[in-house]
Write a protein that binds this ligand. Structure first.
Ligand SMILES: C[S@@+](CC[C@H](N)C(=O)[O-])C[C@H]1O[C@@H](n2cnc3c(N)ncnc32)[C@H](O)[C@@H]1O
Length: 231
């Protein structure tokens, strides 16, 4: 089983010998990769969609991995018991849905050690939630696949402090390590903001004026971050 860059980066965050749940596993590639490569002895793959789950059950049956991968149908962490796993993967969903899943079954969330999270959108809101709810972001990874950027977050319970608002949007850990993809991601987002600013600059409504101030302030922050990356 060969994983895509995005899935590989997620799997690379899984500590050896951990007991993992992959919430919203869909195709089931991560559970299969983790057991086939002896990273995990047992993986629970879950999905809210019966169609996805049936596919996984068929897939693991064909690979004779039913004794190592447990497929469960259900919403988020509701199908996991407290202390049943030490590592959770929630990937390929929006940041707000990931946040809601962590928030909904608190007893289970509180019993997990490693949180590997890959939001498709709203990474900023997810980081805000993590920092405000006693998680510590330990490490981040950034990958590019099919011309899209993916941010992968490894968090644990703990305290963290983010000293500039912009670091919720652009990971200060990636800035610190001068991640090779971060400059192009920042430039890409900066171009998008500049396009928005250009489009709305002459619109004479209260809402557009407010948005323009917001966007130009963000452009300044992005330029500051670019300086940090280049320094
Ligand atoms: C885009 S797929 C991502 C699959 C895989 N995790 C990945 O990163 O490639 C999202 C999956 O999450 C499932 N899903 C959405 N909400 C869920 C929830 N609340 N609990 C469990 N699974 C959920 C969907 O059914 C779908 O199979």
């Amino acid at each position: 089983m060969k994983l895509s860059n995005r899935l590989m980066a997620i799997a690379n965050f899984v500590p050896k010998n951990s007991i993992v749940a992959d919430i919203g596993t869909d195709h089931g590639y991560i559970p299969v990769y983790l057991v086939e490569n002896n990273i995990s002895k047992k993986v629970i793959g879950t999905d809210i969609s019966k169609g996805s789950l049936d596919k996984i059950i068929e897939y693991i049956k064909n690979l004779n991995l039913e004794h190592k991968i447990d497929a469960r149908l259900g919403d988020g962490l509701e199908v996991i018991k407290p202390y049943e796993i030490d590592t959770v993967i929630i990937a390929g969903m929006g940041g707000l849905l990931i946040r809601d899943i962590l928030e909904k079954d608190k007893e289970v969330t509180d019993s997990i050690v490693n949180f590997i999270l890959q939001p498709m959108v709203a990474a900023k809101e997810l980081r805000e939630y993590l920092v405000e709810n006693s998680f510590e972001i330990i490490k981040e990874e950034l990958v590019k696949e099919d011309n899209k950027y993916y941010e992968i977050i490894l968090a644990k319970k703990g305290k963290s402090y983010i000293d500039k608002e912009i670091y919720y949007e652009i990971s200060h850990l990636l800035i610190k390590e001068k991640h090779p993809l971060l400059k192009e991601l920042t430039q890409f987002r900066l171009r998008e903001l500049e396009k928005i600013a250009e489009d709305i600059k002459d619109i004479d409504t209260e809402k557009s004026k407010e948005r323009y101030v917001e966007v130009t302030s963000k452009i300044r922050d992005y330029k500051e971050v670019l300086k940090e990356i280049e320094s």
